[in-house]
Design a binder for this molecule. Structure first.
Ligand code: NOJ
Length: 565
């Protein structure tokens, strides 16, 4: 080979070797080294309940597409849609029977592509739900797995002999009630299911499972998806020896003796799988959000990975369980902000009582909803909203057991009424069925839809919706809210929680009254370098004429001002 030919050959080879895959994207970083998902506002959509384009009582993908302008105007950057894949709907989509298709009840793949194209036009990203722990028992992998002990997919799930006849392999319990094992008379073994029996757990120790699941993410990335919310990450792996879980005090909501979930939850192997999944996500500049239930911040921290090489956004679900209190929130946010990862705040979702209902005191409900928004949407970190939160949608729980749709509610009634209450149709108007459908909605809307709906709140400058829009607009335009650090001030005040977001010569001072009485607070911001700064009110929940370093607040009021040196 001549030298010239050799050089040309080497050049061609380097082009082949270093050309990124067609869909690869590179991360664009801002001046502070942050990327898109750090400043994005995510919005969770439960597709059954968002917008019903064909009026059959169940929402669909075309319904979501028709509301993209609403979402854009609200200030949403990314929508996370809970599962819309083919499913027998035992767990309303969290029992997936095909990861790479659309359930006809939600539309077609062409509808999905249309949604993706329309979202892209508006610069709204799509995040899908990735149900990693289990499939539906109607998935072709499980149907094959169950067919015989020697079927090609047998080892894709967790099958074991019972301890003895009629005795499951161990004492593990399903989080949805009863045992976590179901006996299969055909092959005379038990299979493991952490959730319903119709949701058999995948065996992530089998490399073929990992490969198939990772390929699923590639399939969707290549269709324009920007990331996944990983369902039930902490239950992906089980102890291979299937040891009995140790007992714990008390009984659970199903009346079973409690156990510590030592051998079927939060196993260290999860981290290796997440690191490998992250590598795939990185090829597409995609984000992985975690459904990360933890008992404290240090446990949550583990999900970022020791080199930030696991989940970029493990959700802080702890916040939801904390009592509504200035002192408690101050302490928790301090821990989150100093934990080292990028915080992700959430105040409600499709599995927990809506924030409006949780925090309501019966007298200042709307004020409290605005206060909570002013709080979590001004923190340093990513926010994930839940549809209807911006309207003050409340829980509409079933009144009798026969009205319950969620099997968890049926099993644990009346102790726990299930999750229907937080999944009711989006409230678009004050008309029939809140404008969600002209058919019979799959769940009923509450009477409060008459006042708490998009059409009415759009006309009211002081509505919860208007406050959300204003806050989201500030999040996108105020440098201190985009990049600023978090500094808690007036730390001894147990009623009013206040902090600054500080960036260069500017800061936003956020003052939140978590009490039901009027409060006046004075600030000395000299230690933070803002002693004689110019102050301008940017948003508040009351018309009071305060400002500067003395701020007067109504019960549950908030006040946000911009300080400039
Ligand atoms: C968490 C999901 O959010 C919930 O709705 C579902 O029932 C379980 N995981 C099982 O997939």
């Amino acid at each position: 080979m001549s030298t010239r030919v050799r050089i040309l050959f080497a050049l061609a080879l380097s082009v082949i070797m270093f050309t990124p895959p067609a869909h690869a994207q590179t991360a664009v970083l801002d001046a502070e080294g942050h990327t898109w998902w750090q400043h994005a506002v995510f919005y969770e959509i439960y597709p059954r309940s968002f917008a019903d384009s064909d009026n059959n009582g169940i929402g669909d993908l075309n319904g979501i597409t028709s509301k993209l302008d609403y979402l854009k105007k609200l200030g949403v950057d990314a929508i996370w849609i809970t599962p819309f894949f083919p499913s027998p709907q035992v767990d309303f989509g969290y029992d997936v029977s095909d990861y790479e298709a659309i359930d006809p009840m939600y539309g077609t793949m062409a509808d999905f592509d249309h949604l993706a194209a329309e979202s892209k036009k508006r610069d709204v990203r799509l995040i899908l739900d990735f149900v990693v722990n289990h499939t539906s028992d109607r998935h072709k992998w499980f149907i094959d797995s169950k067919s015989s002990r020697t079927s090609p997919h047998r080892d894709w799930y967790i099958w074991r002999d019972g301890k003895s006849e009629r005795q499951p392999p161990n004492n593990w319990t399903s989080t949805f009630g009863l045992s976590a094992w179901k006996y299969d008379p055909t092959t005379k073994q038990y299979y493991y299911h952490y959730f319903y029996p119709e949701q058999p757990d995948l065996n992530w120790r089998n490399p073929a499972v990992e490969k198939a699941m990772f390929d699923t993410t590639r399939f969707w990335y290549q269709r324009g998806v920007s990331g996944f919310r990983l369902d039930a990450v902490d239950t992906m792996y089980e102890d291979p020896g299937l040891k009995d879980n140790p007992p714990a005090p008390g009984i659970d909501k199903f009346g079973r003796p409690n156990t510590q979930e030592k051998y079927n939850k939060k196993l260290p192997e999860i981290h290796g799988a997440l690191q490998r999944l992250r590598k795939v996500a990185d090829e597409y500049n995609a984000v992985l959000i975690g459904e990360t239930w933890t008992t404290d911040v240090s446990q949550l921290k583990e999900y970022y990975g020791s080199n930030n090489n696991e989940l970029q956004l493990p959700m802080d679900l702890l916040l939801n369980g904390l009592p509504f209190s200035a002192n408690v929130y101050r302490k928790h946010i301090a821990a989150m902000d100093s934990a080292g990862g990028w915080p992700v705040y959430v105040i409600t979702n499709h599995d927990i009582t809506r924030s409006y209902t949780r925090y309501a005191d019966g007298k200042h409900n709307d004020e409290i909803a605005k206060l909570m928004a002013a709080f979590y949407l001004t923190l340093r970190g990513t926010a994930i909203m839940y549809y209807g939160e911006e309207l003050g949608m409340e829980n509409n729980d079933p009144e009798t057991r026969d009205q319950v749709q969620d099997p968890v509610g049926k099993l644990s009634w009346p102790k726990d009424k299930g999750r229907d209450g937080e999944r009711t149709p989006m409230q678009w108007t004050s008309g029939t069925n809140a404008g969600f459908t002209t058919g019979k909605p799959w769940l009923p809307v509450p009477a409060s839809a008459g006042t708490h709906n998009v059409a009415s709140e759009e006309k009211d400058a002081n509505s919860i919706l208007s406050v959300y829009r204003h806050l989201l607009q500030m999040r996108h335009t105020e440098p201190a809210l985009i990049e600023g650090d978090y500094i808690s001030v007036n730390n001894d005040d147990s009623n009013v929680y206040a902090y600054m977001r500080r960036y260069k010569n500017e800061a936003m001072l956020v003052v939140l009254n978590f009490s039901n009485a009027k409060r006046t607070v004075k600030f000395d911001l000299a230690p933070q370098g803002f002693a004689s700064a110019k102050a301008a009110k940017t948003l508040s929940s009351s018309a009071s004429e305060s400002g500067g370093t003395t701020i007067a607040l109504e019960p549950f009021g908030f006040y946000i001002e911009k300080l400039t040196k």
